[in-house]
Write a protein that binds this ligand. Structure first.
Ligand SMILES: [Zn+2]
Length: 276
């Protein structure tokens, strides 16, 4: 087996029939995942990816980490059944303060279209959260439990409240105290619900300061995910994991991106040409 030199990390938000910001349609998502499965890709667990990044173990050449941000209900309704059917694995970074209680709702793999919850576009989801109706558009703990039990999905932290502390708290000491309090709440919620100490954290809005990284590390978040494009190679900083935004494009678009970000020389050249 040829080992991977670099592992691309894909970033999704919504998989929904309602077009909008950061949204891939269920049809495109299915095609993208089928391409990965047919192309012989290994969709890593977060733990295996981190071991690769730390240089502790090798992974197959065609490896990828699939991630979703925020924890929208549509991830369960439209993405989860596809991942399960194709034997792929993904990570959802959930905002723990937005996760609801109650029974699991139907998903596309079991309801076949009838009785599926409506999964509105990004703007409407943001309005629902702001209006105190997060449960209409975000995951429930019961849905998370079901996805985790299947082995197709694992949940990690996207903080507890998804705030831009820098805009809310100009005073540095206050700001850092707020960051620490929020990360602690998220970590404790995941520990209480899932029974494990989480070590994977995704920064909301792609925003963080060097002090945030230190605070998160001290709370046990060894792996920190950004929205910066780039390569992930053994020995790279696990507190600055690069990701690729996945567009609503089928065909060869995704495989060609993966090729670029799997090969350090090609990825380096590509990023240089794009001025990054
Ligand atoms: Zn987010």
């Amino acid at each position: 087996m040829k080992p991977a030199r670099a592992v691309p990390v894909l970033m999704y938000h919504h998989v929904s029939p309602h077009p909008g910001l950061v949204t891939v349609s269920p049809h495109t998502f299915e095609q993208q995942m089928a391409r990965l499965a047919r192309g012989g890709y290994t969709a890593l667990t977060a733990g295996r990816f981190l071991s690769f990044l730390k240089g502790e173990r090798t992974v197959p050449d065609k490896s990828v980490l699939i991630t979703f941000d925020d924890g929208f209900l549509d991830n369960y309704v439209h993405a989860f059944p596809v991942l399960q059917r194709l034997g792929l694995h993904a990570v959802i970074f959930a905002v723990t303060g937005w996760i609801g209680e109650g029974d699991p709702r139907p998903h596309a793999g079991e309801a076949g279209g009838a009785g599926l919850p409506d999964c509105p576009n990004h703007k409407e989801c943001a309005q629902a959260i702001a209006g105190g109706r997060a449960d209409d558009v975000m995951l429930r703990w019961s849905e998370i439990a079901r996805m985790e039990a299947s082995g197709a999905v694992e949940i990690h932290s996207h903080t507890h409240s998804h705030l831009r502390w820098d805009q809310l708290y100009p005073d540095r000491d206050v700001r850092l105290a707020k960051v620490e309090e929020d990360l602690r709440r998220s970590r404790d919620a995941l520990r209480a619900r899932l029974g494990r100490a989480d070590i994977h954290l995704c920064w909301p809005w792609g925003y963080f300061e060097p002090e945030y990284q230190l605070i998160a590390s001290e709370l046990g978040f060894t792996a920190q995910y950004t929205v910066a494009k780039g390569l992930n190679r053994p020995g790279d900083d696990p507190r600055h994991i690069h990701r690729i935004v996945v567009k609503d494009r089928a065909g060869s678009w995704l495989p060609s991106r993966l090729r670029i970000y799997r090969q350090p020389w090609l990825g380096g050249l590509y990023l240089k040409l794009r001025g990054q």
